[in-house]
Design a protein around this ligand. Structure first.
Ligand code: GLU
Ligand code: ZN
Length: 298
């Protein structure tokens, strides 16, 4: 079976333990399938991009033995492609302009947009976002780790934005186009994106594309149960204790600790053992996990 996987970090800061766990899982899954592993920098939103974070992320990947195939793809270089695809959807009359203000959007429950601008004129001169109409039907997904899930598109997801008011293409549009263009067969990523997967599934259907196979791994949370992020102190990792941290992360992914003394092995040795022992079935079916010693590295 052909296997092409990918890791797609947003360069909003250095890699933290949570994104490292995701990188590791997608890498190991690709290598265990003798597949390719690509890296894509999701730098569409220049407001979130921290200059130099991409290089820092790539360096960290290398220091952990996560070597990618082919050249790194940058989303910021691909706006033309996203624009072309957006016009394809426009031709199917599935798009409409949304002039709602941030304030009026805040009133909608669970951030589900009920389509108030659907009936307004398609030609507006006001600044507007572009939304897609979510149909009134259910999509059923099977996740390799989390199992079966079903989502009602209009009720659980709502009309989502594909191009923002400030002109940026939305993550959802770009990720679907890039996964298709890069011929990604398997997506392994954090569970925080599980609930977004029906959006990607639906957009793939709109374009007439096949779906990658998805696996959503637990996300790393801190002692208070919050997702790690830059603002939550999860700053860059330094080289110190790489093997010790790898052992902790591999314990989560392999479902059991490595042999005694493994933390004294080199990164290369640990990675080769991990590829051999890898099975997606060993990953705990939970949505979040605390990583022991994580604080030392955050
Ligand atoms: N860029 C996203 C993130 O950093 C990941 C997108 C994906 O894997 O689909 O959370
Ligand atoms: Zn609106």
């Amino acid at each position: 079976m052909q296997y092409i996987g990918r890791f797609a970090p947003t360069p909003s800061g250095p890699l933290h333990v949570g994104s490292l766990l995701t990188a590791l899982a997608s890498y190991l899954d690709a290598r265990a399938h003798r597949g390719q592993w690509l890296v894509r920098i999701e730098d569409l939103d220049s407001g979130r991009v921290v200059p130099g974070a991409d290089t820092q992320i790539l360096n960290t990947l290398e220091r952990f033995g996560l070597y990618w195939d082919s050249s790194v793809l940058y989303q910021s270089h691909r706006s033309e492609l996203y624009a072309e695809h957006l016009s394809r959807l426009a031709k199917l009359s599935q798009l409409y302009p949304c002039t709602c203000s941030r304030k009026s959007l805040a009133a909608f429950e669970n951030d589900i947009y009920p389509g108030v601008c659907r009936l307004k004129s398609a030609a507006t001169t006001l600044p507007h976002a572009v939304r897609i109409v979510m149909p009134d039907r259910v999509v059923e997904l099977t996740d390799r780790i989390q199992g079966g899930r079903s989502y009602h598109l209009s009720q659980d997801v709502g009309d989502i934005i594909l191009r923002r008011k400030d002109g940026y293409f939305a993550y959802h549009l770009a990720v679907v186009i890039d996964d298709h263009e890069q011929q990604i067969t398997h997506v392994v990523r954090g569970c925080d994106l599980l609930g977004q997967t029906p959006i990607h599934w639906f957009l793939q259907e709109c374009f007439g594309w096949s779906h990658p196979i998805y696996a959503h791994i637990p996300i790393v949370v801190d002692d208070q149960g919050r997702k790690l992020s830059k603002s939550k102190r999860a700053a860059g990792l330094d080289c110190k204790g790489r093997s010790a941290l790898l052992c902790e992360l591999l314990k989560v992914l392999l479902g059991r600790p490595l042999a005694m003394g493994a933390e004294h092995c080199s990164v290369q040795e640990l990675m080769s053992v991990a590829v051999q022992q890898w099975s997606v079935n060993n990953i705990v079916k939970i949505q979040s996990v605390k990583v022991h010693k994580c604080a030392d590295f955050c």
